[in-house]
Structure formats: C-alpha cells, structure tokens
Unconditional design. Structure first.
Ligand code: PHE
Length: 342
C-alpha cells in the first residue's frame, strides 16, 4: 500500500464534516466499518513484506485512531445541530402562550381621572420641585413665622437657615405659577408630597396631592363650590352630595373642608363614614390676598380660589380600600384587582 494513499486518507478524515445523520453514516461506512478504506488498509497487511509489517501496522493503527476520534467529534456535531433545529421547530397551529399583562396602578388611574375632569373645564397642568425652599412651601403662602406646620414633626427638613425641605403640599407649585404667570390662571398641580408622620392605615409620610388654583377677576366662592360639585359628581357619580365645612388654612380666607356624601352607605351612616354619612376629601378656600400680593398679583383687582385633595384618599373612597399602606406595598394580589381599569 503506497504511503501517498495513507496520507490521502488521513487528509480526508481531517477534513470530513457531517451535518446530518446520513452524512454521519456515510463517514462511518467510509472510514470506520469493516469494509471502509481503513478496513482495506488492514486487509492489505497480508501483502506487506515482513520487515515492513511493524511500521505499517503502527501507521494503520494511527489512522484508525484518528478516524474514530473524528467520528466522535462528528457525532457530537450532528447532535448539536439537531438540538438547534428542534428549538426552531415551531408548531404554528398551537394556541399562543398567554403573556401576563401588567396593570396601571390605582393611584395613577385616579390621578388621570382627576386631571381629565379638570382639564375639560379649562385647567392646565403645572409641576414643581419636590425639594422646596421655605418661601414657596410656607412664607409666600402666608404661614406665620412660628406656625406649627413648619415644625419638625410635620416637615422633613433637608437644610436649616435658609430652610430647604421636602414639600409638604403642592401649593408650592401654585406659588411658582402665580409668580411666573399673569391671571387668568387656572391650573392643577398633581404631585408627591412628604410629611413627617408615622405610617398607619390612614397616614403615610409620602403621599400624593392634586391642588387646583383659579385666579381671575371676580372669582367667587360660588365658583369654587360649583367647580367642586362638578368634580364630585364626575368622580363619584351624579348622586354624590358635597358639603363645605368652615376650616382654617393660612393661605385661604375663608377656608372650608370639602366633604362628600358617603359612597358606601349613601349618607345613612356606616363604619367608613363613622356613622356621619360624610367623608372628607380635601381642603379649599379663597386665596388670601396676602398670598396674591406675595406672588406679585394685584389683590385689589384679582381674586382666586384654591383647593387641595389627597389622591390616595380619593382612590380609597372610589375603590373602597381601607388601608393606605396597600398602595405602596406592591402586593401583586392587591394590584391585580385593578388590572381592568384604564
Ligand atoms: N395645601 C393644603 C394641604 O395640603 C390643602 C389646601 C389647598 C387647602 C388649597 C386649601 C386650599 O392640606
């Protein structure tokens, strides 16, 4: 057997490839089986002169080893290719797998709804910083120098003298709007606010507010009432009643707390409204002339009303949620219940 023949076989083995089982079988027949070219090399042993037998035998054994090593390699290669093509083997007639959809958080839904109601009656949106200075959060809003709301128990101060704090209400945004714009102003400021309060079912140190402001000539308390009547009916249904209770805020005069008739019992009295038939949704009032002047608005010519509501409170009433903490715990069982709301 000429050694060129052996070299040729070695080259062939080295360059052999197989993608399919058939190609693998062809390789096996050509290089591994009894009748393969390697088998023939063994068969040719008998014609080799005795003195060359040993060297020839060694050479042929090496070829056999090479052939079987390569065979192993090709088996592995074919298996891998098969696995890959199986993964691509998609049955288009199968029903699709359900992709679980997330939902919109109930506070977001509530905020959107509130904004939508007020946008339709001409309010635009305004935003401001969550970290505020004393002027915008307190002083411009007519808070006296030592008003208790400025004290540490309510406000998260970041710096003292001059005071920088996390805003305690979005009234600060309204100050910024009034400083920048000329009346008529009709704006809604939704946003996150912060108060140093212990977390419970009814209170949280971080919550959300929507505050509204309307400043123009001849804005009256009647306008405030009508606006909030309209809001309550749109938000909670046409049978909802609204009640104004005298109250106090440094930045409004007169001031009133806004109550709506209890949605659960319809005003008869239940444990949600603590038997009164009414639940509170926010504060309101006529903008104090001092506040208008602080913001560069002529209080002789212009008047305004303002109101502020907690978004959590509105959502709790609307969806009958009895624990404020549920909004921030991210418990999927709670959130899932609001999946169908938009
Ligand atoms: N800023 C007040 C609060 O956070 C709410 C309010 C706004 C009251 C506007 C009256 C007018 O409690």
């Amino acid at each position: 057997m000429p050694s060129e023949k052996i070299d040729q076989i070695i080259q062939e083995i080295k360059h052999a490839t197989a993608q399919t089982k058939e190609e693998l079988e062809a390789y096996r027949l050509r290089f591994i089986s009894k009748k393969s070219v390697v088998g023939e090399l063994f068969a040719a042993m008998k014609d080799i002169p005795v003195e060359e037998k040993k060297a020839y035998g060694q050479q042929v054994n090496e070829v056999k080893l090479l052939a079987s090593e390569k065979f192993k390699e090709l088996i592995e290669q074919v298996n891998q290719t098969e696995k890959k093509s199986k993964a691509l083997d998609i049955d288009l007639t199968l029903p699709p797998t359900q992709v679980p959809l997330g939902g919109i958080h109930p506070l977001t839904t509530t905020r959107h709804r509130i904004i939508e109601i007020f946008e339709r009656i001409g309010f635009n949106l305004s935003e401001g910083p969550e970290i505020e200075d004393d002027w915008h959060n307190f002083t411009a809003l007519n808070f006296p120098e030592n008003h208790p709301a400025r004290e540490m128990q309510d406000t998260f101060f970041i710096e003292k003298n001059p005071d920088i704090a996390l805003r305690t209400h979005t009234s600060s945004v309204q100050v910024r709007v009034m400083e920048k714009e000329k009346p008529p102003i009709r704006t809604l400021s939704p946003g996150r606010v912060f108060r140093n309060e212990a977390i419970s079912a009814r209170a949280h140190c971080i919550f959300h507010q929507v505050e509204g402001l309307y400043v123009d000539e001849n804005v009256s308390f009647a306008d405030l009432k009508q606006t909030l009547y309209h809001f309550a009916k749109e938000m909670f249904g046409p049978k909802t009643k609204v009640r104004f209770r005298p109250s106090f805020f440094p930045f409004t005069e007169p001031s009133a707390e806004i109550d709506i008739s209890c949605l659960i019992c319809g005003g008869k009295g239940c444990n949600i409204c603590k038997g009164t038939g009414w639940v509170e949704i926010g504060g309101s009032g006529m903008v104090d002339p001092n506040v208008l002047e602080n913001c560069g608005i002529d209080s002789e010519r212009y008047t305004g009303f303002a109101f502020g509501m907690g978004i959590e409170r509105i959502a709790m009433l609307k969806y009958q949620i009895n624990d404020l903490r549920l909004f921030t715990e991210n418990d999927i069982r709670f959130l899932k219940q609001f999946r169908s709301l938009v």
